[in-house]
Design a protein around this ligand. Structure first.
Ligand code: UDP
Length: 327
């Protein structure tokens, strides 16, 4: 049985990746320090023989007994509100955490895939963004702690690849959504759906003309899985190129949820990228991948998930009681 370590396992993407590897017949070791992760996302995996969980911060030395075939580094805060709340941890998990895991990968002779991001392109001056674009990032702005940690992470990973000959993969993840997103992390989709469900007005930042391109989580996981299994060591964009303005997106959420609430406008946060859309030529050509789930289908599934949450959750509360899950 192949053994894989997934960091950030209790997070949105990490937990979906754990599900995928379990489905593929792997032995899965999940790791998370639960700062932004939620044990409920992997609760269903805890009783399985081929799943185990380590409550650990990867910024500290990581020890895993036994062999490892793959490491996927998905631990990191991933929303602008989180970077503001925990900027130092954000920097550390992308830099020190990545270094620790690269060392672990080397010791175990494992292949390492890192979760990079469209944020390496910053507020892009090239549209759509190709992997060749170097980006337009403000290192000392509010997003700098995330963007620069991720850029450093890519540099460190490439150095281990070229200097140590380590097998590495780099995925640049564009906005991704689906069940298990945190309702209160400030990201636009849970923000809008949460507001609609609570009967609040939808808060569009700026004039809403900024664009994003939203990828459904199953498509994202498929792209990541294919990249891991490929032999391509350079960055690959994985995202859905179907671009939409945030104002249009708010309208879509209003018609999806049938809410009678309206849109209200708030100031645009500093360094908020004006446009974002992946060029996925590489993913198409190298991985034979492209997204399959359209926004209306994906939003419907995601809305049903949020609707099924308890009133208490809808009004806050994230489950962090780790002790309950110790085997
Ligand atoms: N946004 C918004 N209202 C909200 C939350 C976010 O208009 O309540 C905007 C935000 O300013 C950005 C876009 O939606 O332009 C996407 O924000 P998100 O935090 O989801 O991710 P980003 O792609 O900016 O990292």
């Amino acid at each position: 049985m192949k053994r894989v370590l997934v960091t950030g396992a209790a997070g949105f993407l990490g937990s979906h990746l754990c599900d995928r590897f379990i489905k593929e017949g792997f032995y899965v070791i999940g790791m998370d320090n639960l700062i932004t992760g939620n044990m409920e996302n992997i609760e269903h995996l805890m009783p399985l023989e081929n799943f185990e969980f380590y409550h650990q911060d990867v910024s500290k030395y990581v020890h895993i007994p036994g062999n490892l075939d793959y490491i996927l580094h998905f631990a990191s805060p991933a929303s602008p509100i989180d970077y503001l709340k925990i900027p130092i941890q954000t920097l550390k998990v992308g830099s020190l955490g990545t270094h620790n895991l690269l060392g672990l990968a080397r010791a175990k002779n494992a292949r390492m895939l890192i979760a990079s991001t469209s944020e390496v392109y910053g507020d892009p001056l090239v549209h759509p963004q190709t992997e060749e674009y170097y980006g337009n990032v403000n290192p000392i702005g509010p997003r700098g702690v995330y963007d620069e940690a991720k850029r450093f992470q890519e540099a460190m990973t490439m150095a281990y690849h070229t200097f140590h000959g380590l097998e590495t993969r780099i995925v640049r993840i564009f906005n991704t959504y689906g069940p298990r997103m945190r309702l209160n992390d400030g990201r636009v989709l849970p923000a809008f759906i949460g507001q609609a469900l609570r009967g609040e007005d939808l808060t569009v930042f700026g004039d809403g003309s900024q664009t994003r391109s939203f990828c459904y989580v199953d498509d994202q996981v498929e792209g990541i899985f294919r990249l891991l299994m490929s032999d391509y060591p350079y960055p690959v964009n994985i995202g859905n190129p179907d671009e939409i303005t945030i104002a249009q997106f708010a309208e879509e959420i209003i018609s999806l949820t049938g809410t009678s609430q309206k849109v209200i406008y708030k100031p645009l946060p500093k360094d908020d990228p004006m446009q974002r859309k992946p060029d996925i030529t590489k993913a198409r050509e190298i991985l034979g991948w492209e997204p399959k789930v359209g926004r209306s289908e994906g939003l419907k599934i995601t809305y049903d998930y949020f609707k099924s949450l308890s009133i208490e959750k809808l009004h806050k509360k994230e489950h962090k009681d780790f002790a309950k899950y110790i085997k």
